[in-house]
Design a protein around this ligand. Structure first.
Ligand SMILES: N[C@@H](CCC(=O)N[C@@H](CS)C(=O)NCC(=O)O)C(=O)O
Length: 87
């Protein structure tokens, strides 16, 4: 399964998802794209979602928006329903 997180350093919702990923030691399983640093990533995000909103988790080329939905998905699919919450 290919997992990618589109994010912005200055977005608090992105930060919350990144913190969740770090706290739960999932960094190695996810490729990160900072859309202000990588214009091609921004274009790809826009092609996938019709907008440039972050955070967006792309799961095997299917986008999932909304920070809470992303953390819920990670918890259910990578952490067996457990996991430490992030703030
Ligand atoms: N409810 C969303 C809010 C996400 C959000 O507002 N992201 C901002 C950056 S902090 C954004 O990408 N705004 C640009 C846009 O909506 O196109 C979440 O929890 O993920």
């Amino acid at each position: 399964m290919k997992l990618e997180l589109y994010h912005r350093w200055h977005c608090p919702y992105s930060a919350k998802v990144r913190n969740f990923i770090t706290i739960n030691k999932l960094d190695q399983q996810i490729k990160f794209h900072e859309i202000e640093e990588d214009m091609r990533a921004e274009i790809r995000l826009e092609n996938l979602t019709g907008k440039t909103r972050v955070p967006c988790l792309v799961i095997d080329n299917k986008p999932l928006l909304e920070s809470q939905a992303i953390m819920d998905w990670l918890r259910d699919n990578l952490l067996g329903g457990n996991g430490v919450s992030a703030h």
